[in-house]
Design a protein around this ligand. Structure first.
Ligand SMILES: [Zn+2]
Length: 176
């Protein structure tokens, strides 16, 4: 796995791209928690590599779809957004977990298209996580350093540029 912190950062980044108006804290909380949920399978007693073990079906697109349908159905009224667009966002956020895991060099492949397809991944360049719930410290963790470069930095750049673009186009509109 990548560290849970990097999954949360990518989730919150995606949620920031979607949010064009002030949004409740619960929204940001879900954006941080949803991409971590697939890794709850580390507590499974099923064999690693099996469907119910770590990197099993909880990392599939189907799981992301079901989780996003349930979560969006429970929350779209609170957030005052359309169900389908919130569901699409939550799906993207949850599915980002498998994608980030597939970017690790090592560990089992990700069964993205379970039950239809096999496993794929190990595309590099992120080392397998060398911390669990410890605070991420780039001085001691090789994985955290790689995730800062390949996960946090692109997220911050894309979100920063998007927010800047929105501000500029909004102020242009208000000038006209
Ligand atoms: Zn994982």
């Amino acid at each position: 796995m990548a560290t849970i912190y990097s999954h949360a950062v990518v989730g919150v980044g995606l949620a920031r791209l979607y949010a064009v108006q002030p949004t409740p804290w619960a929204y940001w909380g879900l954006a941080a928690v949803l991409p971590i949920i697939p890794d709850l399978d580390v507590f499974s007693t099923a064999a690693y590599g099996g469907p119910l073990g770590h990197r099993g079906i909880a990392h599939s697109v189907l799981f992301a779809l079901l989780l996003s349908i349930v979560t969006a159905s429970m929350t779209f009224r609170c957030f005052h957004v359309r169900w389908w667009s919130l569901m699409a966002l939550f799906f993207t956020i949850t599915a980002s977990h498998g994608l980030l895991n597939a970017m690790t060099k090592g560990g089992g492949g990700i069964p993205f298209f379970w039950p239809l397809g096999g496993r794929c991944g190990n595309w590099g360049p992120i080392p397998l996580s060398d911390i669990a719930f410890d605070l991420p410290d780039p001085r001691y963790s090789r994985a955290v350093r790689a995730e800062l470069l390949w996960g946090w930095l692109p997220t911050i750049v894309v979100v920063g540029l998007t927010v800047l673009y929105r501000r500029l186009t909004r102020s242009e509109r208000s000038i006209q």
